[in-house]
Design a protein around this ligand. Structure first.
Ligand SMILES: [Zn+2]
Length: 233
């Protein structure tokens, strides 16, 4: 077991509520049609007569596209999601996340989901940032699948199994990033980035099991935060 597999297993076990191991040797051959996610896999066994899980899921397989960024993020003393604010001469979260109008003069980066204020505006930088954010989400998403798959429990319906994994996973991102060494405000920022930039894209992914849901919003059916929570996601 590599150090990142051990760290990821500890994180996933906490989310699952039971011991889970993580393998970073997942082969990138997963196809959505196989009942697997594109970047990770949890084998589950469902009793077809009762629709309940026949076994508790204890193994998560991740591809190198997930483990690579997770490992780099965990090892970095200076997290790659923080940038130098040259005016204040201090490191701050790179994604400020305030929606801005195109051409307003504020440093911003535009995605298909909108333009947001940022500290660093190089495009290559944001490709890397997206990979860190997605890797953290995928670990949390697969961990939610192991949380779902407890022997004897009903399997969520096809419209819920992935929307729940993605939305609950997103709400765990902040905690996962902190476990990998991110500061509190940076961890929140990484989750904000996923919510603003990456999550809306799931709406256009059409598979037999949807990933995006309108119920995934503050106060929505897929909001799993405690009643006193203020930050979203
Ligand atoms: Zn999934």
């Amino acid at each position: 077991m590599t150090p990142i597999e051990a760290t990821a297993a500890r994180i996933a076990s906490r989310i699952a509520g039971h011991p889970v191991s993580v393998s970073c040797e997942g082969v990138p051959r997963f196809r959505l049609t196989d009942g697997a996610d594109a970047l990770g896999l949890v084998h589950t066994l469902v009793d077809v007569d009762t629709g309940t899980y026949a076994a508790t899921a204890t193994v998560i397989e991740l591809t190198s596209q997930v483990c690579g960024p997770l490992q780099r993020f965990a090892q970095a003393a200076q997290k790659p999601t923080r940038c130098l604010d040259s005016q204040r001469q201090t490191n701050v979260p790179c994604f400020l996340g305030t929606p801005v109008a195109r051409g307003s003069g504020t440093p911003a980066v535009c995605w298909d989901t909108g333009c947001y204020s940022v500290v660093a505006s190089r495009h290559s930088y944001w490709s890397a940032y997206s990979r860190y954010s997605l890797a953290i989400l995928v670990l949390a998403h697969e961990a939610i699948h192991t949380q779902q798959a407890v022997v004897g429990r009903p399997r969520p319906g096809p419209e819920l199994v992935e929307t729940q994994a993605d939305c609950s996973g997103m709400q765990w991102m902040r905690w996962v990033a902190e476990q990998l060494g991110a500061s509190t405000n940076d961890a929140q920022t990484i989750a904000n980035f996923f919510w603003r930039v990456q999550y809306p894209r799931a709406a256009s992914v059409h598979t037999s099991r949807p990933y995006w849901s309108a119920d995934c919003r503050p106060g929505g059916k897929l909001d799993i935060r405690s009643a006193d929570a203020t930050a979203w996601p």
